[in-house]
Design a protein around this ligand. Sequence first.
Ligand SMILES: Nc1ncnc2c1ncn2[C@@H]1O[C@H](COP(=O)(O)OP(=O)(O)OP(=O)(O)O)[C@@H](O)[C@H]1O
Ligand SMILES: [Mg+2]
Length: 290
Amino acid sequence: MRGEKDEGSAAGGARCDEDRVIEARGIRHAYVPARPDLRDVDLDVRRGELVAVVGENGSGKTTLARHLNALVGLQAGALRVAGLDASDPSTLWELRRACGMVFQNPENQFVSSVVGEDVAFGPENFGAGGERAREAALEALRAVGLEGFERRDVHALSGGQQQRVALAGVLASGPEVVVLDEATSMIDPRGRDELMAAVERVRRELGATVVWVTHDMELAARADRVVVMGAGEVLASGAPADVLTDAALLERAGLEQPLAARTWAELVRMGAADGPAPVTVEGLVSALCG
Ligand SMILES: Nc1ncnc2c1ncn2[C@@H]1O[C@H](COP(=O)(O)OP(=O)(O)OP(=O)(O)O)[C@@H](O)[C@H]1O
Ligand SMILES: [Mg+2]
């Protein structure tokens, strides 16, 4: 993403010429000896893809997400992110810039209460000069639809706006990949829709690759691919239309089908519909009316 332009600004970014931006092989992790929390996890994410990672509480989603940004050190297996080897301490800083993270609680992510200063912190921290960092911040705020917000107080914003500020803070450093970990779970439905729209725009305009850890099956239904985790393992990976309609798989993973698929199953049971289940509300409407 944005690899062609200057380094150290919103227009910069670590270079990765391969089609695969994330390549994880056999990652194992145990916070406590002899109690594995990740078991031989493989994950491939292609450039520009939006991959949703779903799974019940404690299934290892956050542990996996934190590996991608080297917040959790690699104990076993191999991991390349944006062409960088996660086990190489000499490129740790570069890897952190190449893979930015947005967390659950917007309030915990700010280093300044002024939006523009907060968003400029990332590029400054990665070595960009003040003017360049400010330009990167403005560009990133534009990308998430918060143009003109640079002097606002982050604490006076809605949860959805705060998460977009957090996303802009990540984008300003010019990452290859953005990882969101439960980034919508503390904000209202409107904020969730705003954040989803901002992520879509960032993908479209900047070619960002996105890994979105979520419990929200409606959000997962809009991803290019869904990865299902259970007890530290990848149970399945595939198109939302396949994975999110697999009732047996989802039950095993402790997850529910999206509303559209559940509604469709009920209609099929009543004899009012047949054929493949839709996974989004739009898909349901067009299956019923189209
Ligand atoms: N810092 C830690 N120290 C010890 N154990 C941990 C730590 N973080 C997570 N774990 C354990 O690792 C396992 C996986 O946790 P993880 O947070 O990755 O799951 P998750 O899928 O993100 O769950 P949730 O949906 O609740 O966020 C759990 O058993 C959890 O208790
Ligand atoms: Mg988690």
